[in-house]
Design a protein around this ligand. Sequence first.
Ligand code: ZN
Ligand code: ZN
Length: 364
Amino acid sequence: MRPNPPESPFQRRRTSAATAFSAHGLDSLLVTALSNIRYLTNFTGSNGALLLFREHAVLYTDPRYELQATEEADCPVKVARGPLWIAVRKDLNRKHLKRTGFEKGRITYEAYEALRGLDAGDPGLVPVGGIVEHLRMVKSEDEVGAIRRSVATASKAFHEAVKRIRPETTEKELAAELEYRMRRSGAEKPAFETIVASGRRTAFPHANPASGTIGRNRLVLIDMGASQNGYASDMTRMLFSGRPGAKLRRLYNSVLEAQLAAIAAVREGVTAGQVDRKARQVLGSYGLRDAFVHSTGHGLGLEIHEPPRIGRRDKTRLQAGMVITIEPGVYLEGFGGIRIEDTVLVTKTGCEVLTPTPKELILF
Ligand code: ZN
Ligand code: ZN
């Protein structure tokens, strides 16, 4: 008798997902989020659905991905010649499943209607949320390795691009330079649209790069990340084209102090809300509570925003192996905004800041 082949990490994840959906009283789970499909099968295509049973799984895709899916995934692949949902629905009806969970936040209404069907009876669809995302919160060693590489790529690109920045540089040129350099260093793409904002536009937390030049005596905010082997990184740094005045220095130091205080609070066992409160306390002590308009951070991995949210009301207890961002910021209308962001690995005794880029305000 031949020994069984060793279980793949994807098979192990599918087993964990099956335990989780069984606990919800489901006999199967239809996974439609591409990031969840990738996590559970290794399939990286842009069209797929995964039907997960307690003992096995079937990946549905279209003919464009037939070869890729059979090569990447370690579960049976079904190629649908028409819409995927029709093929999935036929199988659901044939198997007489009573309760199939579907990812309510990860499916279009059109797909949902097609799945419910009009003729063959109700396949017993149950809306669920976050089952696979919950499993994804704690990263494996391989995943942490991938995030480390993604972080290193983004920081290298930042270092190289910032050397070339002048007051005459436009926001768009700088964003293009950052993205080009990330790709040259191994990223397949930016993890999100690179944010470069200067002057008063830094007060928009998510500004799009504009075509104007940065100019002199301007604050510059760069928020960037790489997607490398599917894994995201995320960092924000600030620059200034001139000599910053006292108000700017004071604001910068307040945000830096808040960021360091939040990082110091990260440890296995504390809640995400406790970490958020640390940043908010520091900014509050400088009268900046109302200028901090977003949460302190978020998990990241196969997606740029994943649970847990490092927000006021989040009670998730941090666990070793989670990877999160710490990114407090203040935004003052007519003046500008300051944010400092690192990617951080939670450990048993504290955390490891993965981002190697120095945090001082960069002058040019
Ligand atoms: Zn960011
Ligand atoms: Zn972020």
